[in-house]
Design a protein around this ligand. Sequence first.
Ligand SMILES: *Cc1c(COP(=O)(O)O)cnc(C)c1O
Length: 391
Amino acid sequence: MKRKEYFGQFGGAFVPEPLKKVLEEVAENFYRYIEDQDFIDELMYYHKQFTGRPNPLYYAEKLTQKLGGAKIYLKREDLNHTGAHKINNTIGQVLLAKRMGKKRVIAETGAGQHGVATATVCTMFGMEYVIYMGEIDTHRQALNVFRMKLLGATVVAVEAGRRTLKDAVDAALGDFVENAKNTYYLLGSAVGPHPYPLMVREFQSIIGVEAKEQIIEQEGRLPDYLVACVGGGSNAIGLFHPFYKEEQVNIVGVEPAGKGLDTPHHAASITLGKPGVIHGFKCLTLQDDNDNPLPVHSIAAGLNYPGVGPEHSFYKESGRAEYTTVTDQEALDAFVDLSQVEGIIPALESSHAIAYVMQLAPTLSKEQIIIVNLSGRGDKDIEQVKEMLKL
Ligand SMILES: *Cc1c(COP(=O)(O)O)cnc(C)c1O
């Protein structure tokens, strides 16, 4: 694997010196173990036996027929243990932490999904661990807080600042610097300072590696389109990266347009953002004139982030991928449609990708192939959607 701190102008590690040292230790160990056959074998063992990989690349025949265009395949990350792609990354990083001799893991979480995936693997590997969460988020995501506690987590409600994700990140980074000797910081998306974007991409690339093998087995050729939703960008880059060099494959990332791009209530960091530094790395980001992150909104809590991974920022700038947006309402409609057409309830995040595929497929011929990443299942969203729908 190529060492890479920057993707074009994006990436880097814009952090104070003490933190830089700690991150360098993580990077060196990551570079070492990602090439180590024992480490890879152990990772693959848990992917298979704990997560349930490989998951299917499922031909969505009903949806394809209904739309009357390209063949649609769903990469079924929703079938993973804990119900989403996030566990691919948390297993990888907790194994790395173990190899580094760390006994304690910390993580931050906004919507709670990464907190649950972290709690799951830390419990399984017998690690001591603490999850930082903004105090306001602990109320908004009370069910996930309960899940984490049930798994044995210590959840710290951060009272500083606006009491949301950014403050949880700051608290986790402070803990990391202070306790670096025995502590590992487990970051949840392809964002943050180097080496996290590269590392999370590598651990999530299992999605694209499997999808490539599976589509060749089932169709005898590569797909014409890859589609995935983009929050921080980890499920999308995990699907996209293994196809990067296959130039005939079109790549589309779908961002949340929330209540509309002409309102302040969206989280379309690539579509409307500008280059800037957020949380210690450079990317396309939604900031005010004083470089403070803007408040963002999406119906899908997991897409609610005012920045995006540096590799996506580079894909956008270089033109390798296209990025588009889907509104809350379109995502909600797709949530219902996939449930009723295929018998699969998608996460609200994944519903953004599905919504775009429902626009795209009818414009393509029946010979063409789309792979869409079903990043997670919708069970976590049922209560929220129930409030909004009168079925
Ligand atoms: C967290 C989450 C996302 C968004 O995160 P990425 O890093 O952009 O993948 C998407 N889908 C699901 C189901 C999630 O839980």
